[in-house]
Design a binder for this molecule. Structure first.
Ligand SMILES: [Zn+2]
Length: 264
């Protein structure tokens, strides 16, 4: 009825639209090395992006409360065993080896890209059932006991090399042990091979991290494993690599609101 009022409302609507467009553009994480999703920003974005629709399923980019509660950041370690009913859909990645079907393609892509650069990435272990883990664990305990250790000592030593069944990342389908035809032993020297170097250089761009770094054994409770790579997603992998973290440290930081650039 009032022309001025209608014009004012139109202007307001246009402004609101521009604001929302601005928010959505800035939502794109441009620099993955810096986690800018502080809790406050997440709340803002959630408010802005849920106008009238019924609540939609939260996307991976906008975690609701716990930013670490996503499938790709699933933590399986000696202090965090997987639930007994844990299941994962798997798909082949190389030979008979299978991984979580959500990352099978990217693993195959990484292997193919390395191959194009003359580097042979050879998976020697990927998804592993809890039963298989038990067999591996028991076998190593037996070896240690043959070397004169008590059962308790043998289990303790074994647990630093082979995850206690239920706590292995290999159960998640997100981890693989990778070697190369000319160096198939699982030892620190794999890091010095072409394949080891290629992975250190490039794996993060495919979403994989070196899961058990040499200087993080106190935190991961696992020895340095130059061959064990774990999928966490590209942005997380780059942030973890650039900040020299292990997954446990990174998850703590995420829960506390994200990474900040310090010492600048
Ligand atoms: Zn492994």
């Amino acid at each position: 009825m009032n022309g001025n009022l209608i014009a004012t409302l139109l202007v307001l609507l246009l402004c609101a639209g521009a604001t929302m467009a601005g928010v959505m553009l800035s939502d794109e994480p441009s620099d993955p090395s810096v986690i800018t999703n502080t809790p406050n920003q997440v709340e803002e974005i959630v408010d802005e992006e849920t106008p009238s629709e019924e609540e939609e399923e939260p996307t991976e980019e906008i975690p609701e409360e716990d930013p670490t509660d996503t499938w790709e950041l699933l933590l399986a370690n000696p202090s965090n065993p997987l639930p007994d009913d844990f299941e994962v859909e798997t798909a082949p990645v190389q030979g008979d080896f299978v991984m979580d079907e959500r990352i099978a393609d990217v693993m195959k892509e990484m292997i193919a890209d390395a191959k194009e650069e003359g580097v042979d990435l050879m998976i020697c272990s990927a998804y592993r059932s809890i039963e298989r883990q038990q067999e591996l664990f028991d076998a190593e305990v037996a070896v240690q006991m043959n070397n004169g250790k008590s059962k308790e000592e043998a289990e303790k030593i074994t647990a630093t090399m082979i995850a206690i069944p239920g706590t292995s990342e290999h159960h998640t389908g997100l981890a693989a042990d990778i070697v190369t035809p000319t160096h198939q032993t699982l030892d620190p020297e794999f890091a010095d091979t072409d394949a080891g170097k290629w992975l250190q250089e490039n794996a993060a761009e495919y979403g994989f991290i070196l899961r058990y770094p040499e200087d993080k054994q106190d935190i991961t409770e696992i020895i340095y494993e130059s061959w064990h790579y774990r999928y966490v997603g590209v942005d997380h992998a780059i942030a973890i690599k650039e900040n020299g973290l292990c997954l446990e440290e990174y998850l703590e930081i995420l829960k506390e609101g994200g990474l900040e650039k310090d010492g600048e």
